[in-house]
Design a protein. Sequence first.
Length: 319
Amino acid sequence: MSLLIQKQTKLISKTDLIYKDFFKKVENFMDLMNALLFQGRALIDENSLVLCDANATTHFEFDDEVIGVGKQRDVLMKCTVNGVAILLGLENQSTVDYSMPFRVMDYDTITYQQQFNLQDEDKRKSFHPIPVLTLVLYSGDKLWHQPYSLIERMEIPEALKGWVNNWNGNIYDIKDIRVEWLKNPKVKAVIEGVQRIYQWDRDKESLNDLVLSKEEAIVVAIMTNSEELVIRLEKEESEEIKMCEVIDSYARERELQGMKQGMMKEKIVLLIKLLKQKLGHVSKELVMQIEVSPEDKLDQLTIKIFDVEDEEDVLEILS
């Protein structure tokens, strides 16, 4: 597994906005959609693309009760394909999520309901909703092993198969995208950058030719869920990033951090062992206090350990 793949955590909102802003650019959004849907053929009319509010909020009426619901995609745009209007949504997903088809269904049904609610009541009989299609760009390092559609999670009676409505998750794995279908150099650089990092065999030389703009490099780090690398890249002064150098330096820093953490654990284990020999017994509360104490306090305890008479003395040194 790549050193860049950390414990999955939700990135801070600032980085989330950077990703969204990248694909809110008409030329980036259009290129990705043409690649995913049409194998790179330019079927989306560039001049028709309009950024829409990605907040999908609406209400449903049940008897006398009104229930409000809301979801938010990363990006939603209105465009035309073959002269027909359509609403295209994009959602980035960095972890494998069994609920993805449910979420896509929520996004789309709410958007349909929004269109319906916005119509005057006397016009609803002749209302024709604009088609809605949400695509999920999965950018995690693992294979997608969860269902791609709603119906895959159901047990359906044999006699009813073919009758139960389905909802596709439209999940595309970034590792499988053919970069030759991408025409926009920025989008191509980002997709290829993610693929190269996941293929990285820890040989620095294999990334020698991977040079990205600062914006592209940050988007790649966000999509590989590498929060610490995002923070590091944001501090870079250069607008041209040689990924081999940044990743190599980043990896060495993490190795040093790992060594320091290992030394701290060894120090704590040794201190507890010495205290047990000195006092005969060490309470769980004191062990917990030692484990959360900063390194300088542990160093003081190491120096004064043969002077302590009871746990109160230890707590005084650590305070």
